[in-house]
Design a binder for this molecule. Structure first.
Ligand code: PAF
Length: 287
């Protein structure tokens, strides 16, 4: 596996890449969730490139940009083990020149859900993802469903800007007790770790009720708040049931919603979600 740090080297590598190329954009600190994205890319394409860039423009004031976990050597070894052909790990000045002034954003969709408390976050995500798409020119790109709003917005970006890239959505990878894997989980103390399970408990309760035929959002949100009440160390930020295209709240669940929840435990912010889908004329749930 080649490790590349500059755009010029990337250009040379890309010109020689064979067949369909899959991009897996990451910020590193790999856990099994990232590794499953790389594996999925491996199954779908001839060539796999993983980008590793802790993107400063998606971190807000007072967020964890400086302390975000970084370990290039370990990540490179893991990416290679899972079959990546190239790891693109540029320094900040390579991605953002001194005069960088162009940003991409979703005025409406980027200010909903996580965008309410992280005002410029999705603008940073859109900008870096579009830059990576332009540099790598992948045939497909793999993103995790765990970052539900992010993947829905990237699907919107690709459709709206006529990008010829297939977006593959990979299922959330969970710890045995259900906690969604996240690079930030390593910051949780033992007692915070047990409280962090609240989001999963709330979503699981919601899933059970949907599968039993309760589709009214108000009632389902109530159930989730009840479940969250069992986890006093978790500060809920939002619990919402939204349409996956508009990200607007819906009155009742259909086959195209995301039930999304976010909250804080200690100094760690956590998100999780479930998606509904059509299953033999009924509503299926993917948690
Ligand atoms: O999901 C992430 O790790 C980041 O938001 C992404 C997509 C790599 C952009 O920096």
């Amino acid at each position: 596996m080649e490790v590349i740090k500059s755009n010029s080297e990337l250009k040379v590598w890309r010109a020689s890449a064979r067949g369909d190329t899959a991009l897996v954009p990451t910020m590193g600190s790999f856990h099994n969730g990232h590794l499953s994205l790389i594996q999925r890319a491996r199954q779908r394409a001839d060539t796999v490139i993983v980008s590793l860039f802790v993107n400063p423009t998606q971190f807000g004031h007072g967020e964890d940009l400086e302390t975000y976990p970084r370990d290039l050597e370990r990540d490179a070894a893991l990416a290679e083990e899972r079959g990546a052909n190239c790891l693109f790990a540029p320094p900040v000045h390579e991605m953002y020149g001194r005069l960088h002034a162009t940003y991409v954003y979703w005025p409406e969709l980027g200010s909903r859900l996580c965008g309410e408390t992280r005002p410029n976050h999705f603008q940073g995500v859109a900008t870096i993802v579009l830059k990576l798409f332009n540099l790598v020119r992948p045939d497909l790109a793999v993103f995790g469903r765990k970052d539900g709003q992010q993947v829905l917005l990237i699907q919107r970006l690709v459709a709206d800007l006529n990008l010829d890239i297939r977006i593959v959505v990979s299922p959330t990878v969970r710890e045995p007790d259900g906690l969604a894997m996240s690079s930030r989980n390593i910051n949780l103390t033992k007692s915070e770790r047990s409280q962090a399970l609240g989001l999963y408990a709330a979503l699981r309760a919601c899933k059970e009720r949907i599968l039993r035929g309760e589709w009214a959002s108000e009632s389902l949100v109530g159930t989730m708040h009840e479940a969250l009440g069992q986890f006093p160390g978790l500060r809920p930020e939002y619990v919402e049931i939204v349409d996956r295209d508009s990200l607007c709240s819906v009155e009742s669940v259909d086959t195209n919603v995301m039930v999304a929840a976010a909250g804080g435990v200690g100094s760690t912010r956590l998100i999780d979600n479930l998606w509904t889908y059509e299953m033999e004329g009924a509503i299926g749930v993917e948690l």
